[in-house]
Design a protein around this ligand. Structure first.
Ligand code: GLV
Length: 392
């Protein structure tokens, strides 16, 4: 053999126990874990098709949409961004991207690579835009589509969405919304709010593993895809083909083989959605709201400030918290992980170096997790301050 067998693979698999209270992924429930350990089935087996149909129904409920074209893509949340932009827009067309944090920047990177012209509506990081400022920008740029992030996990900002769809449609565009860090925790109504394309993450509030990304297209968005002059540039995201695998077209006949979906992830997402249905969407929204309220009250009592100044625009999922100037985030993060197995994350994009981020989502959105995270944070900050003093 030119290449020796790697010795490390002869060691047993060892994984730490972690409480995933960063911006995602969050922990899976026991029920989802049980599902993930079931034997693999074939991607064209009728039992898997049945589960895919159940996922579609669960996603329509979670997105609050009647869209027939609702499915899940075999990749993580970034795929939702790439698939939504790459399907409804063609090379040479233009998109208006609201840049309020890292995810708007990422969408622009993706659109640029696809040969789509990008204009920005830029807000101060952590500050929401208003329908009026959006209308001004649309009048100026006349985009074919507008891209908005509902849950900017890089800053903890929740962008209010009501009324935005009407503004976009008034000028003939399509509205694409990223709900990766909010769906299932924040009230969201795809149809009532006039959203044409929406995707979310499986690994945050829903509590399935990453790698299977829910996405939904309105009839208008499907019309745009079907009237493209050029093929969707990436085979893997081509909704004309994927829709035929997920049985999204009226009277389409038998499903076609597009790719080999991970049956394991189908089981996981199916069970995560079953849990959402059992709890009820409204109950899940309320649980995330009350847990976040308790968490934020605890932080305010301790004198912390948030990156997002407007309380009603703070996410119920990921909070971006300013640390005292003399406290190094990396020390806090390491201490919480080493002593408590609790994940705290640093800032990202515009909040990098300025905040720590804590996410209480899915099974981790409980009062007990609030107490645990606050205890870990108190101790970690005390430790970081002591370290600083001893270094002086
Ligand atoms: C990932 O979604 C993050 O916000 O870090």
């Amino acid at each position: 053999m030119d290449v020796e067998a790697p010795k490390e693979l002869l060691e047993p698999l060892q994984l730490p126990r972690r409480i995933l209270t960063g911006p995602g992924p969050s922990n899976c429930s026991q029920r989802v874990l049980q599902a993930l350990r079931q034997q693999v089935l074939g991607h064209m087996h009728p039992e898997v098709f049945q589960l895919m149909d159940e996922i579609k129904a669960g996603l329509r409920y979670a997105f609050q949409t009647a869209n027939k074209f609702t499915l899940a893509i075999s990749a993580s949340g970034h795929a939702g961004m790439e698939a939504s932009i790459g399907n409804v827009l063609e090379r040479g067309e233009n998109i208006l991207i609201v840049k309020a944090g890292l995810w708007g920047e990422r969408a622009a990177d993706i659109a640029g690579r696809l040969g789509i012209h990008v204009d920005f509506l830029e807000t101060e990081p952590g500050v929401a835009f208003t329908p009026d400022t959006l209308e001004e920008a649309i009048k100026k740029h006349r985009p074919k589509a507008v891209f908005v992030v509902h849950s900017e996990s890089s800053t903890g900002l929740k962008q209010p969405l009501e009324g935005i769809g009407n503004v976009v449609h008034k000028y003939g565009g399509l509205l694409i919304v990223d709900t990766v860090a909010s769906l299932g925790a924040e009230p969201f109504y795809a149809d009532a709010w006039g959203i044409d394309v929406v995707y979310t993450g499986s690994q945050k509030v829903l509590g399935a593993p990453a790698g299977i990304t829910p996405i939904s297209f309105s009839p208008e968005a499907v019309k745009k895809i079907q009237s493209r002059r050029s093929p969707v540039p990436v085979y893997y995201w081509d909704m004309n083909l994927l829709g035929k695998y997920w049985n999204c077209f009226e009277g389409q006949g038998p499903r076609i083989y597009h790719h080999t979906v991970s049956a394991t992830l189908v089981y996981g997402l199916r069970e995560a959605l079953a849990q959402l249905v059992e709890e009820g969407l409204a109950a899940s929204w309320t649980r995330h709201a009350s847990v976040t309220e308790k968490f934020h009250r605890g932080l305010l009592r301790r004198g912390y400030e948030f990156f997002v100044k407007e309380p009603s625009h703070r996410l119920r999922t990921v909070s971006a918290i300013m640390l005292p100037r003399d406290v190094e985030a990396s020390r806090v993060i390491r201490y919480a992980m080493d002593r408590y197995n609790v994940e705290i994350s640093g800032g990202l994009g515009p909040s990098a170096g300025k905040v720590i981020r804590i996410g209480l989502m899915g099974v981790n959105a409980t009062p007990g997790h609030v107490d645990l995270v606050l205890r870990a944070l108190d101790e970690a900050v005390k430790f970081a301050k002591c370290q600083l003093k001893s270094n002086l």
